[in-house]
Design a protein around this ligand. Sequence first.
Ligand code: GZL
Length: 330
Amino acid sequence: MIPAMKKTFRLAAVLLLIPMVLCGCTASRPDDAPASASPALLLGFSQLGAESAWRLGNTRSIQEAAEKAGVALMYLDANQKQAEQIKHIRSFIAYQVDVIAFSPKVETGWDNVLREAKEAGIPVLLTDRMIRTEDESLYAGFIGSDFFQEGVSAGEFLLQKMKGQTDVRIVELSGTIDSTPMCQRGEGFRAALEGHPELQIIQSVSGDFLRTKGRECMKELLETCERIDVLYAHNDAMALGAITAIEETGLQPGKDIVIISVDGEQAAIDALRKGQINCVVECTPMIGDTIMELSKRLAAGEEIPRVTHPQERVFSEFDSDLDSLLPRGY
Ligand code: GZL
């Protein structure tokens, strides 16, 4: 499409956004952009939902970064439904956005709609979670955490914590089934425990990354398992829910049951400081600036790295700097 036509389309796209704003979706033009100027980049972003403090922080990071970068953001929330995300992507194609970015709720079922984006000549950036596809050309790159390493880090903490102990019984609260963080945090954790039969995962149930389900599932595990020594929760929301269930039985979280969690939200760091959680593996949601930088490169026709991982660390009871950590911002 020649630049002049693209410009017309884009202007039309921005005008057509009005109905979306009225229907509760959000589209934001950078405050300082003069009304007549067309935005540097029109980015369509489909967020999977608002299930955890991590997700809310991720959404805030993306919206603030778009504002800062002068990017016109067409932001839609799928409320945990893959079918909604597929509709979002079709809307972005209809509006002729410059780039499509989205956080795929689950890894499979995207080929058809991404083929439509490819045929429309719109590059796609995967954020936060990956997809599984035979056709690697359906997306330009991925920006998000190394979930397998997060699982390995959780396992490595446990090996250090339980050194010399035998018959250690572990329960796992896993995330959304078929999501990249759920699959890879589980695989990484098991890889780290390979060759340590003294550490046994006796039960694994999905709490869908939700605090309420974490509490319900942990209550059930406490009722059905003879003894639980360790809880490995794939995110802080489920770990915090599980802590409530553990306390309701009179047991002390972090002491009677060792707890390892992932994300690094403020509430989990506070629980770590109080000794209710023993290890929090960081998974940063603050990837908005990198999403804008990669999107601008795609819009300019540049190649981007296939995979971009943010810097992340592990927080645990073995650290001496817990009291000096900066506020987490999510
Ligand atoms: C990880 C992200 C996960 C978080 C959860 O990148 O997809 O989803 O770990 C969130 O808190 O719900």
